[in-house]
Design a protein around this ligand. Structure first.
Ligand SMILES: NC(=O)c1ccc[n+]([C@@H]2O[C@H](COP(=O)([O-])OP(=O)(O)OC[C@H]3O[C@@H](n4cnc5c(N)ncnc54)[C@H](O)[C@@H]3O)[C@@H](O)[C@H]2O)c1
Ligand SMILES: [Fe+2]
Length: 416
């Protein structure tokens, strides 16, 4: 029996937007997946149980022969397998529904996600909605969840260790961050040779995503000693390695460093949450088709300025926290204001170095379209689960001023 795709799409579309995990009141740190990393790490696939496997990936991974590295090991281990390779960047509800149909049809014992955040997130959403659908039909103890293996090819989203999945509702023009512990993979395989085909622009975008994860995780109200440790190390590695990697994308050591930083930042933010930068990036990314890491890179300096109460912004809610992070990253200055200014400038200088635009106007968003969309963009940003985790409450007036500066590229680090 094949489930009707329209039915599946409706189930996903009508799912609550920011479900969380429901009722968890204890503070905890999830470090769930078993991590295999380094040169021979793919051989972990040779140890899989002999149950049918599905590989979920994107068309590039098939065309480039990357997926064959997975399937050859499955074949070597005599594991029957199916490839679902329809994942597009920023995967849609429709794609998740199509993949879910394949899962219902094939009934795999193992599901392997191969690709960037898009392939891993789509797989998470498929598995999540598969479990939700089944839980409406039978008692939880009778539901079998396939083993879930994530193999990231970007450095990156950290999705291989997080409980988040971001899927796009193209009808509404929004990105929906889903969050549930059942979406954390059981195993992550980190083989850095997978990132060697990334072009410099993608290295920069995905690396700036790592930096944003680390900074937002560190200043989050949910941050704790464990998340802070991973966030600081991820930010430290990124500041040291990303410029060098951008200069030579084949530099193996730097690629390995960024791969580790990406997973560390994932471990930090999956436990502490993110913040306003991701709330805005989800909205403008979906609305104006800006890749996720690039959107974060453009927005990050403005959000640090806002949260630290610098320039035109007057509420220094998270200033001490940014300053503390700056000190841990080795920055030195006379006071917290100067340290926060250095943080803003660091994020801005990296954008310039990586040839990433520093305003939304420079991302080719037409002015009349942007200001026409302002009210609904503000609604979407306020609705986003990441915005709700920001260290400072945000209202419509704040967002209007921030988005206006962001569009025009007005970053007032040193007011007159
Ligand atoms: N789940 C999470 O915790 C989390 C966190 C941040 C972002 N996200 C989401 O992840 C998505 C972005 O993921 P991403 O930045 O990893 O990119 P992506 O998965 O969207 O991939 C972008 C493009 O890069 C290509 N690509 C991927 N790896 C490659 C490689 N090694 N060589 C050459 N090309 C390669 C892909 O084929 C694709 O065309 C967004 O939808 C974002 O919202 C999720
Ligand atoms: Fe991100």
């Amino acid at each position: 029996m094949e489930l009707d795709k329209k039915f599946i799409e409706t189930m996903i579309r009508e799912h609550p937007r920011a479900p969380g995990d429901g009722g968890e009141t204890l503070t905890r740190f999830d470090a769930c997946p078993k991590l295999f990393f380094g040169t021979d790490s793919l051989d972990a696939l040779l140890r899989l149980p002999k149950e049918k496997a599905i590989v979920v990936t994107d068309p590039y991974m098939v065309k480039s022969g990357t997926v064959a590295e997975i399937t050859s090991r499955l074949a070597q281990n005599r594991i029957e397998h199916v490839i679902f390779s329809e994942i597009e960047p920023d995967p849609s509800i429709e794609t998740v529904a199509a993949g879910l149909q394949v899962i219902f049809r094939e009934k795999p014992g193992t599901v392997i996600a191969l690709g960037g955040g898009s392939a891993i997130d789509a797989t998470k959403a498929m598995l999540y909605f598969c479990l939700r659908f089944k839980s409406g039909l039978m008692e939880t103890q009778y539901i079998h969840r396939p083993m879930f293996i994530a193999i990231p090819t970007t450095s990156g989203t950290g999705s291989e260790v997080t409980s988040y999945a971001v899927i796009s509702d193209r009808l509404q023009g929004v990105k929906i961050p889903l969050r549930h512990r059942s979406m954390i993979p059981d195993v992550a395989i980190l083989d850095p040779h997978f990132t060697k085909t990334l072009p410099a622009s993608m290295v920069a975008y995905t690396g700036m995503d790592v930096l944003t994860h680390a900074i937002e995780a560190y200043v989050s109200p949910q941050s704790n000693d464990f998340t802070a440790m991973f966030a600081v190390e991820a930010a430290r590695i990124t500041l040291r390695s990303l410029p060098a990697l951008y200069g030579d994308v084949q530099d193996r050591t730097m690629r390995e460093k960024m791969y580790s930083a990406s997973t560390m930042a994932g471990l930090a933010f999956t436990n502490s949450g993110l913040g306003l930068c991701h709330g805005i990036a989800h909205t403008i990314g979906a609305q104006y088709h800006i890749p996720h890491g690039k959107a974060n890179a453009v927005v990050l300096p403005y959000v640090v300025l806002f949260n630290a109460g610098l320039g035109p912004y007057r509420r220094p809610g998270a200033r001490a926290r940014y300053a503390q992070l700056a000190r841990k990253l080795g920055m030195q200055a006379a006071d917290d204001v100067e340290l926060c200014q250095m943080m803003v400038l660091t994020a801005r200088v990296l954008c310039e170095q990586f040839e990433i635009p520093t305003s939304l106007a420079d991302c080719d968003v037409p002015e009349d379209v942007f200001y026409g969309d302002m009210a609904q963009n503000i609604d979407k940003i306020l609705e986003d689960a990441c915005t709700k985790a920001n260290p400072l409450d945000v209202n419509r007036e704040d967002l209007r001023a921030l988005l206006d500066d962001l569009y025009r590229g007005v970053l007032t680090v040193f007011p007159k």
